[in-house]
Design a protein. Structure first.
Length: 385
C-alpha cells in the first residue's frame, strides 16, 4: 500500500538534520566512511569476530574487536546529540526511534526473562541511557527499518507533532545472521560486493551504528543550530510479490520514489545522485534498475547512481540510515561515491553508474533507496541545507 501524498504542503514544517554520528567498519565518524565511499575502497576482510570455518563465505565489513551494540548505540546517540548542540533538557524531551534486529541478549535469556528482552524494552533502555525521553519506538522491519523510522520521524515533525526526534540504528555482524545468509547462498563468493555489475555473486554484511537528530527548521533556527541537510521527501510502498524477491518490474520501489519526489516537490531531472539499494544480488539489482526507469523516466539514463554497500556492506536494519548519512555527506562534499567492485555492464541494469573517483556534483538533491524482504520499499530524498 502506498502512502498518500498531499498536493498542497505549504503548511508543513521543513525537516532538517542537525546532528549525526556513526561507527562503521572504517572506524568512528563520517570522515573515514565518506572517504572510502568516494574513493571506492571496500572494507571487506576475513571475519575474526566468530568462527566462519564451516561457512561457504568468510568475509564481512566488520569493525575491529567485539563491540557491544547497546554500548555503541548509547555512545553514538550521545555524539549525535552533542553535534546537534542539544542541552540536557532538550534531550530529555526528545523521543527515540530505534531500528534494530532486536535485543542481542534475547537468544541467551531464560524463558522467564524473555519478556524483558523484547525490541521495545531494548529501545526504552537505550533511550534512558542516552538521556532521552521515555518515548521510544522500536523498528525491526529488516532493511527498511531505519528508513521507516526516519520517515515516521520526519512526518511527525512536518505535521507539527514533535520539534525533534533522535533516529538511531544498529547492526553488528553476528554469527546467527551470518549463518542465515550464508546458508541461503546470498553472500558473495568472491568476497566483493559488485552492485549492477556483470558477474556479481551476492551481498556481504557490514557493521553500522548510526544516529541522527532530525528537527523542524523552525526549532533549529530558534536555537541557532546549523543544519547538515534537509529531509525533503520520503515515500514507502509495498509490492507484496514474494517473501524474499522484489517484483521484477520494480513497480513497488518506483511508487516509493515517486511519492518522495512529490512530497519534496522535486522533478526527476533535479535529482543529482541516487544511492541505490544495490545489494549486489542479480534479481534485486535488475528490479531496482527497472524501478528507476519507471520513476525517473528519461532522467534514469543520466542521473549518477552507485551503491555504497559496495564498500561498507549490508548493515540490515541500520543500512538505510547509514546510506542516508553517506548520501547527505556526499552532497555537502560535492563528490559522488563510487560504485565499487564493477567488472562490466549488465544489460539488465542500464544505469549511469559512478565509476570515476573524481566524479563531482553540484546538485541539491539525492535519493537514498532501500528494498527489504516481504516486498517493502522506501525512498528518502535529502537536500543540501
Amino acid at each position: 500500500m502506498t502512502e498518500t501524498v498531499s498536493a498542497a504542503r505549504r503548511g508543513a514544517e521543513s525537516v532538517v538534520v542537525t546532528g549525526a554520528a556513526v561507527l562503521s567498519a572504517f572506524g568512528e565518524g563520517i570522515e573515514p566512511l565518506l572517504s572510502a565511499a568516494l574513493d571506492g575502497t571496500p572494507a571487506f576482510a576475513p571475519v575474526r569476530r566468530f568462527d566462519v570455518s564451516g561457512r561457504r563465505v568468510g568475509q564481512a565489513a566488520a569493525h575491529p574487536g567485539d563491540p557491544v551494540l547497546a554500548t555503541e548505540l548509547t555512545r553514538i546517540i550521545d555524539q549525535a546529540c552533542d553535534r546537534a548542540g542539544l542541552s540536557g533538557a532538550q534531550r530529555a524531551d526528545c523521543p527515540l526511534h530505534l531500528a534494530v534486529h532486536g535485543d542481542p541478549d534475547l537468544p541467551r535469556a531464560a524463558e522467564t526473562d524473555r519478556p524483558a528482552h523484547g525490541a521495545d524494552a531494548f529501545a526504552d533502555a537505550v533511550a534512558r541511557r542516552g538521556g532521552l525521553s521515555g518515548s521510544a519506538r522500536a523498528y525491526t522491519s529488516a532493511c527498511v527499518a531505519s528508513s521507516t523510522a526516519l520517515a515516521d520521524a520526519a512526518a511527525a515533525i512536518a505535521r507539527g507533532r514533535a520539534d525533534r526526534i533522535v533516529v538511531a540504528a544498529g547492526y553488528l555482524v553476528d554469527a546467527d545472521q551470518f549463518a542465515v545468509f550464508d546458508a541461503g547462498r546470498a553472500l558473495a563468493r568472491d568476497g566483493r560486493v559488485r552492485p549492477f555489475s556483470a558477474e556479481r555473486t551476492g551481498l556481504l554484511l557490514g557493521d553500522a551504528v548510526v544516529a541522527v537528530v532530525v528537527e523542524s527548521a523552525a526549532a533549529a533556527r530558534a536555537r541557532r543550530a546549523e543544519p547538515l541537510a534537509r529531509v525533503s521527501g520520503w515515500g514507502r510502498a509495498g509490492d507484496a510479490y514474494h517473501v524474499v524477491k522484489p517484483r521484477p518490474d520494480g513497480s513497488g520501489l518506483a511508487r516509493a520514489i515517486t511519492d518522495a519526489l512529490q512530497r519534496g516537490q522535486v522533478r526527476p531531472e533535479q535529482v543529482g545522485y541516487v544511492n541505490a539499494h544495490g545489494s549486489g544480488t542479480p534479481v534485486s539489482d535488475t528490479a531496482e534498475a527497472a524501478a528507476l526507469q519507471l520513476a525517473l523516466g528519461d532522467s534514469a539514463a543520466t542521473v549518477p547512481v552507485s551503491s555504497t554497500k559496495s564498500v561498507h556492506g549490508q548493515a540490515l536494519e541500520a543500512g538505510a540510515l547509514l546510506e542516508l548519512l553517506v548520501t547527505m555527506s556526499a552532497l555537502r562534499a560535492g563528490r559522488l561515491p563510487v560504485n565499487a567492485g564493477y567488472l562490466g555492464p549488465d544489460p539488465g541494469c542500464p544505469l549511469n553508474l559512478v565509476l570515476d573517483r573524481a566524479a563531482d556534483s553540484s546538485s541539491d538533491y539525492g535519493l537514498s533507496l532501500t528494498m527489504a524482504f516481504g516486498g517493502a520499499n522506501t525512498a528518502l530524498l535529502v537536500g543540501t541545507p
